[in-house]
Write a protein that binds this ligand. Structure first.
Ligand SMILES: [Zn+2]
Length: 510
């Protein structure tokens, strides 16, 4: 095919092939396969396509697109690549160049993952407007198809269409909205937006280094250790589970198929903090990083893990045997210097830091642990002093604005203390320092909604809505609109509604 169109920024290759069909006026899907790939059996794959060498070849005159460029910039490969072993990553790239069958999906764990793959076509209507303005046409954008996160980072909810890519295996369907039928609109929670912005970082950088199983194992052990979730060499799994549930909420974890139970022996959460023998999905890793290291850039975390020298590797190095026990004092001093300068986490990736840490860990364990635990305070003292008083004022102003904005909103969930905190960008810092933020604490006590208040808000708003649309105020109608039933009311809410005459209508007898 001559004049194959170059992909737009963030466009899926699937979409570029579909546009090529439009440009050349090709209606028959099979003919399009013939023209582009010279092969009628190519399967139209949205997330991880194959036969990419053909497309790179069609674009060779532009001198801008190598096979790797197309894979990293125009498929969902970057969501999977950094989390699998190097050999698998290389093999997957090899397969995506040519005929892959279903092998790539199997290798990268897409097929067997707990993380639901995207089934339907979906798109952001505002992005489509932008695309038409900038490019004169619309196309399937890569960010709309992130598993578990059906949202646009810039605009939020996506339109989910009834049509599915698997409806027709050999058809590259172009994005022409009028041809699609809307099924639903996705709704986004504050937790989703955190996960989404972390995930977007994965798509931005061309290629993160591969991490070995030993490095993953050690990274998670250190993470648990640095945050006080170990006792001796043991991970305190139950405490970590509690933290994750507090941070994200059981309902959210459930909706992402990631809710674990304490007595579940091989839950994903326990497994990721144990010796790694298999790969975990991007979503599982990011969920933990967003819990423990919400301020860190993904790039820095990857660089840190990449530099980890696992114990098993260091052990075999001859230089390690040269470290003499008589030098204990020297190693302690060096470690102290490093930690004062870089903090515990980063010290291990400084020159010799890993070796010194490992030596101390193996020969001087109790001193190391004692020093590191004290250091948690040393580091916070050496950080620039935070003006909590000023922050307290700033946060409370923001909270008051949020309260004003959402007080008559039908759509927010219960405006609990946690809900209010989640609306603030630095919620994790705030929730850990509430004792330093008296105004924020007072606000939360005063304004956080109880279940009763939440139910009454919905009843009032439903009644108001019916009243202003000149409808009769039947109790059943109010309850239906409010998504409530008499049985689900709290005793207190029922009492208040009774006192205000709500239950004296005829409906009450039904
Ligand atoms: Zn958008």
């Amino acid at each position: 095919m001559l004049n194959f169109p170059p992909p737009h920024p963030d466009e899926l290759l699937y979409s570029t092939v579909a546009r090529a069909g439009i440009y050349h006026g090709i209606i028959s899907p099979k003919q399009l396969l013939d023209e582009v790939f010279g092969n009628r059996s190519v399967i139209a794959t949205l997330n991880l396509p194959s036969h990419i060498a053909h497309i790179a070849d069609l674009l060779r005159n532009t001198q801008q697109y190598s096979v790797e460029d197309l894979i990293y910039r125009h498929t969902l490969f970057p969501l999977y690549a950094p989390f699998v072993q190097k050999a698998i990553r290389d093999k997957a790239i090899e397969l995506m160049k040519g005929k892959a069958g279903g092998a790539v999906h199997m290798m990268l764990g897409v097929a067997a993952s707990r993380i639901k793959a995207i089934h339907n076509f979906q798109a952001c209507p505002k992005c489509i407007e932008d695309q038409i303005e900038h490019y004169g046409e619309s196309f399937w954008k890569r960010d709309w198809f992130i598993p578990n996160l059906p949202f646009c980072l810039k605009h939020g909810p996506l339109f989910i269409y009834k049509e599915k890519p698997i409806d027709s295996r050999h058809h590259f369907l172009p994005l022409i909205e009028s041809n699609l039928s809307l099924d639903s609109v996705s709704s986004m929670t504050p937790q989703d937006s955190l996960m989404l912005s972390a995930t977007q970082q994965l798509l931005k950088l061309p290629s993160y280094p591969s991490i070995s199983f030993d490095q993953w194992t050690q990274f998670y052990w250190e993470l648990a250790h640095d945050f006080g979730y170990t006792r001796g060499k043991h991970i305190q799994h139950a405490q970590i589970l509690k933290l994750i549930q507090q941070r994200w909420g059981k309902r959210y974890l459930q909706s992402k198929q990631l809710l674990c139970h304490e007595n579940e022996e091989n839950s994903w959460l326990k497994s990721i903090f144990r010796k790694h023998r298999k790969s975990f999905s991007f979503f599982e890793h990011l969920l933990i990083w967003q819990t423990f290291l919400p301020q860190e850039k993904l790039e820095d975390i990857f660089q840190h893990i990449h530099k980890i020298q696992p114990f098993s590797v260091v052990k075999t190095k001859s230089s390690e045997n040269d470290l003499d026990i008589s030098n204990q004092a020297e190693y302690r001093k060096l470690w102290q210097q490093l930690v004062r300068k870089y903090g515990i986490q980063s010290s291990r990736s400084q020159e010799n830091g890993g070796a010194i840490y490992t030596w101390l860990y193996r020969h001087d364990y109790s001193w190391l642990i004692q020093f590191n635990s004290k250091h948690q305070m040393v580091r916070s003292a050496s950080q620039p002093r935070v003006d909590w008083h000023q922050r307290d004022h700033k946060y409370v102003r923001e909270l008051i604005n949020i309260n004003q904005k959402f007080k008559d909103s039908f759509h927010t969930p219960r405006q609990s203390a946690n809900w209010y905190l989640m609306q603030l960008p630095e919620h994790s810092t705030i929730s850990h320092n509430l004792n330093r933020l008296p105004l924020v604490s007072k606000f939360l006590i005063r304004y956080a909604e109880s279940i009763t208040e939440y139910q009454l808000r919905r009843v009032c708003l439903a009644a108001e809505l019916l009243f202003f649309s000149h409808q009769e105020l039947h109790l059943w109608q109010i309850f239906r609109l409010a998504g409530l039933s008499k049985e689900r009311l709290t005793l207190e809410a029922a009492k208040i509604l009774k006192l205000s005459g709500f239950f004296n209508t005829d409906d009450d007898k039904n």
